[in-house]
Design a protein around this ligand. Structure first.
Ligand code: FHN
Length: 420
């Protein structure tokens, strides 16, 4: 049973979170899937556990970086497909507390991020490449898969029992087995009984639309301009391809890339979960920290246009994006039109308009369904996205035709939209 709206309230308002992929693979520096992608010898790979001793691990510093960036929550990999557990578990010795790290890295993360006032999420991969039964599946190895599934359920139970209140459990690695083979419904029941307010993503349910508490598009922002029925969160790497630290993937997303992804996600009523792959010593790569800062500064001026908003209500793609909240609509203008701006599709009366972070009043004109904003700054005040707040006569309302598009089968006739 999905979480109620009030349990989702913080998630819908947060809009921006930090994804953290960290584990033994970080030592090799070739991404989080190196064991499988390079067909390494598993017994040799497992010896990395005796080298994983992150001397500079400082989760309070991680939390401070996330908070300064304007992020409201985080999700840390507690166990990726390689099976190494960053948390204390009775199911295996292959875990941080009983290997070189010598401590429960998840416990330290939870404490630090909660102390910083951030919501806490735990990523858990159902896949575990150490167990042949994972690959063979229940048909070829019914007994082995049953034991493997018990291990998975036991580990999830530990994560939901050992660390106090957890806000998100972020499943992954569900392929190639079915919801029935994973006994996902039983596992969901266990989770919700231990963590009544928790949010569970859709990957425990094979990413089927409408399942779990939120959808999880990956490496893309769905091209929607109004909020979808189910909350969703786009997870995106901060480099070109890899989620875990990769010394060769230094193709960092710029502050502009990050800000545009955030605005795009918010305009569709979704969240951006931006990933970082910490280095094996526990530090965040410097380019990642550097590129977060301008976005954090932008949010300190324009955050009201992102946090607590829902998606736009009308077509503004010639300008950029739109979000709405209470009696306001926010134009997230990425394509600055100059001193005059034209907007169509909003049926409200615009009481006033102003550029966030600027004192100058913007003159508002209206002719029928056409709204004009005058005496804007000639050049865009912000190089990536300038926000114009429209104070309205009530909650934002679109014209009925907004839902139509010329390429839709029953799209508008010419007469429908030419006002002459
Ligand atoms: O295979 C994983 C991948 O390594 C990474 O963890 C992403 C993050 O969402 N999830 C899987 C690919 O969908």
């Amino acid at each position: 049973m999905p979480a109620s709206n009030d349990k989702l309230k913080w998630f819908r308002e947060a809009r921006y979170g930090l994804f953290i992929h960290w584990g033994l693979y970080s030592i090799l520096g070739r991404g989080e899937q190196v064991l499988f992608r390079e067909h390494l010898v598993p017994s040799e790979y497992r010896k990395l556990a005796e080298r994983f001793n992150p001397k500079k691990y400082n989760p309070a510093a991680w939390a401070a970086t996330a908070k300064a960036a304007g992020m409201k929550y985080a999700v840390l990999t507690t166990k990726h497909h390689d099976g190494f557990c960053l948390f204390d578990t009775a199911t295996t010795e292959y875990c941080a507390p009983r290997c070189a790290a010598g401590s429960d890295l998840v416990a330290e993360y939870v404490k630090a991020f909660r102390n910083a006032g951030l919501k806490v999420g735990l990523y858990f991969s159902l896949a575990d490449w150490n167990y042949p039964a994972y690959f063979n599946g229940p048909e070829k190895d019914p007994k082995g898969f049953k034991a493997f599934r018990k291990l998975v359920h036991d580990q999830v139970r530990e994560l939901c029992s050992q660390y106090g209140k957890i806000d998100v459990i972020w499943f992954d690695g569900e392929w190639p087995h079915s919801v029935a083979e994973w006994q996902s419904a039983r596992l969901e029941k266990t989770i919700r009984s231990l963590q009544p307010g928790i949010l569970i993503n859709n990957r425990l349910f094979k990413r089927a639309p409408g399942t779990g508490d939120f959808g999880t598009p990956e490496q893309e922002i769905p091209d929607v301009h109004v909020a979808k029925a189910q909350p969703w969160e786009s997870c995106i790497t901060s480099v070109q391809r890899w989620w875990g630290w990769h010394t060769g993937d230094q193709f960092w997303k710029s502050p502009k890339d990050i800000l545009l992804a955030l605005c795009h996600a918010a305009s569709g009523g979704g969240n951006l979960l931006l990933n970082v792959g910490p280095k094996p010593d526990g530090t965040f790569p410097a380019p990642f920290v550097r590129n977060l800062q301008p976005v954090g500064e932008w949010l300190r001026v324009n955050g009201e246009a992102i946090y607590g908003t829902t998606g736009g209500v009308s077509e503004v793609s010639t300008l950029g994006y739109m979000t709405v909240k209470k009696n306001a609509a926010y134009l997230l203008v990425t394509y600055w039109p100059g001193e005059e701006l034209h907007l169509c599709g909003l049926s409200n009366r615009v009481r006033s308009a102003r550029v966030l972070g600027h004192a100058d009043r913007v003159r508002v004109e209206r002719r029928g369904e056409h709204i004009g904003l005058r005496n804007l700054p000639r050049k865009a005040p912000h190089s990536t996205c300038t926000v114009i707040k429209l104070s309205l006569d009530g909650p934002a309302r679109p014209y009925p035709w907004v839902a139509q598009q010329p390429w839709h089968k029953n799209g508008p006739l010419l007469a429908d939209w030419t006002t002459e």
